[in-house]
Design a protein around this ligand. Structure first.
Ligand code: HEM
Length: 148
């Protein structure tokens, strides 16, 4: 079975998201905070839209049980992999939303200076790594289902 188009879009988007995310963090390293904020806004919004688009389509046109038939790997293996992927991805996305909203509030209340003493850097880096892991685990699942 050929992968449906919405899955291709999802896989391409999440293959490049970690690169764009790294660029947004690089802007903060270079002290371009406004661009860092703007790129974070754009990436978070586009990720939420792509995930919503995917979740709607997967429910309308397929579902994991149907697609997993396509793979030569066992259903049990794919299911365990999917559950681990969902747990990491949900925690990462929740963390990303939390950091975005709390950073925006912190900036409005106390300005840029307060970020120096906050845990923003540490949490931001952890979210970058876990979002990258979630993205590539998702892309690998797509490969395992449609090309293996
Ligand atoms: C929503 C508004 C945001 C604002 C206003 C903001 C602002 C800032 C500022 C001012 C810094 C510099 C901190 C310092 O010098 O110690 C910074 C660094 C950083 N931010 Fe954000 N940020 C936002 C969202 C995010 C999000 C959502 C993430 C990741 C999920 C993130 C990841 C990072 C990282 C990893 C650094 C450290 C860069 C370095 O190593 O120097 N930021 N941000």
């Amino acid at each position: 079975m050929k992968a449906p188009i919405y899955m291709d879009i999802m896989a391409i988007y999440f293959a490049i998201l970690p690169i764009l995310f790294a660029f947004s963090v690089f802007l903060a390293v270079k002290k371009k905070y406004k661009l860092h904020f703007q790129t974070q806004t754009l990436l978070l919004a586009s990720s939420l839209i792509v995930i919503l688009y995917f979740e709607i389509n997967v429910r309308l046109y397929g579902g994991f049980v149907k697609y997993s038939d396509n793979s030569s790997l066992s259903f049990e293996f794919l299911l365990v992999y999917l559950i681990i992927h969902i747990l990491i991805a949900t925690a990462s996305l929740g963390g990303w939303l939390y950091l975005y909203i709390s950073s925006l509030k912190e900036y409005k209340n106390s300005g840029i200076e307060s970020f120096k003493s906050s845990k923003h850097k540490k949490i931001g880096k952890a979210i970058f790594y876990s979002m990258s892991l979630s993205s590539y685990m998702g892309v690998l699942l797509y490969v395992l289902i449609f090309y293996k």
